[in-house]
Design a protein around this ligand. Structure first.
Ligand code: IPM
Ligand code: MG
Length: 357
């Protein structure tokens, strides 16, 4: 029996709905596969915690998370709390504190999902976006002075370091190498941004020499949106900065049918700290409490978590169950269906139990 302890932080909006759905599915999966045991510890951190304590998580929060094998995270954000406070107080505090520098965002068209690209079907869009997750445009450096005066000035400084770029580039090349097509596209904006982005291009070329079997190319981020939309089948693994990949991954989610499907993993590749797994969609408080949130991003990121823990068979079993449910047309409203979160969850549980392992 292989045992894993998981810290669950459901947090805000639809976070608790999709994380509970995910835990239900993971418990069903462990029953089915038999040889793994997951124990969940739930933390009540988030916006409600902030209203009571004035902080999003306790001061020793990271120390308490350190001992877990992985973190299963819902979403942060509430209408009455400024986004930068909720975000930097919890999610980014964990990503940065645990140096989860590789943010991994797979996208493909699941069977049964209609995507907005008229000519694309399953297989035509199968990407993994690797987002630099520790520096770049979201480094947190900058400041504001002369507040309220006409001379007020604000800066957000994008930080690009040789070590930061080299490690994400190696991660991306290694990932590309592990996929059947062995293709990597490096995204920058090195025509307009002539320092940090040029350094990205140079380091990409250096690291590429370590991976002679990977075919790689470069794209400017604006042109990349066109290629993703018009020639999705020419892309496979993609690496980009924090900001660029943030934007491109929303586009990727939409092109594959819905942001309600899109998962993400915040990985510490060196495994010094637990990695964190979450749906991309955020707290979506406009639909919170209605029971209609799409739980599939939460299931998919749970599958990423199993893969990271070395449980490849359980990961594949879960994704196969998910695709049997989408292909049966059991879909939430964001995908044009009328199934509830619960209906989709029960269908995935049934699919897990009925499939041979
Ligand atoms: C994402 C989200 C977050 C991010 C937001 C909430 C800051 O958009 O995971 O893509 O950009 O990191
Ligand atoms: Mg985003």
């Amino acid at each position: 029996m292989r045992e894993y302890s998981i810290a669950a932080i459901p947090a805000d909006g639809i976070g608790p709905e999709v994380i509970e759905a995910g835990i239900t599915v993971l418990e069903s999966l462990q029953k089915r596969v038999g040889d793994i045991r997951l124990s969940f510890h739930r933390f009540d951190w988030g916006s409600e915690y902030y209203r009571r304590h004035g902080v999003m998580m306790p001061a020793d929060g990271l120390r308490r998370l350190q001992a877990f094998d992985a973190i299963y995270f819902g979403a942060v954000g509430a209408p009455d709390i400024p986004d930068h406070i909720s975000l930097w107080g919890l999610r980014l505090a964990i990503c940065q504190g645990f140096d989860q520098y590789a943010n991994v965002r797979p996208t493909r068209i699941l069977r049964g999902v209609v995507c907005p690209l008229r000519r694309a079907g399953p297989g035509d869009l199968d990407w993994v976006i690797v987002r630099e997750n520790s520096e770049g445009e979201y480094s947190g450096q900058g400041g504001r002075t002369h507040r309220g005066l006409p001379a007020e000035v604000a800066t957000d400084v994008a930080i690009f370091t040789r070590s930061g770029i080299t490690r994400i580039m190696r991660y991306a090349f290694r990932l590309a190498q592990s996929r059947p097509r062995k293709m990597l596209t490096v995204v920058t904006k090195s025509n307009a941004q002539r320092h940090g982005m040029v350094l990205w291009d140079e380091i990409a070329a250096e690291v590429a020499r370590e991976f002679p079997d990977v075919v790689w190319d470069k794209m400017l981020v604006d042109a990349m949106t066109v290629r993703m939309t018009l020639k999705p089948q020419t892309l496979d693994t993609i690496v980009a900065t924090n900001l660029h990949a943030d934007i491109l991954s929303d586009l990727a989610g939409a092109l594959a049918g819905s942001l309600g499907l899109a998962p993400t993993a915040n990985i510490d590749p060196e495994r010094r700290f637990p990695s964190m797994f979450e749906p991309i969609h955020g707290s979506a408080f406009d639909i919170a409490g209605q029971g209609i949130a799409n739980p599939i991003a939460s299931f998919w990121t749970a599958a990423q978590m199993l893969d990271h823990l070395g449980e490849r068979a359980a990961c594949d079993h879960l994704m196969d169950a998910v695709e049997r449910v989408t292909s049966a047309g059991i879909l939430t409203p964001d995908l044009g269906g009328n199934a509830t979160t619960r209906r989709v969850t029960e269908a995935v549980v049934d699919a897990i139990q009925s499939a041979s392992v």
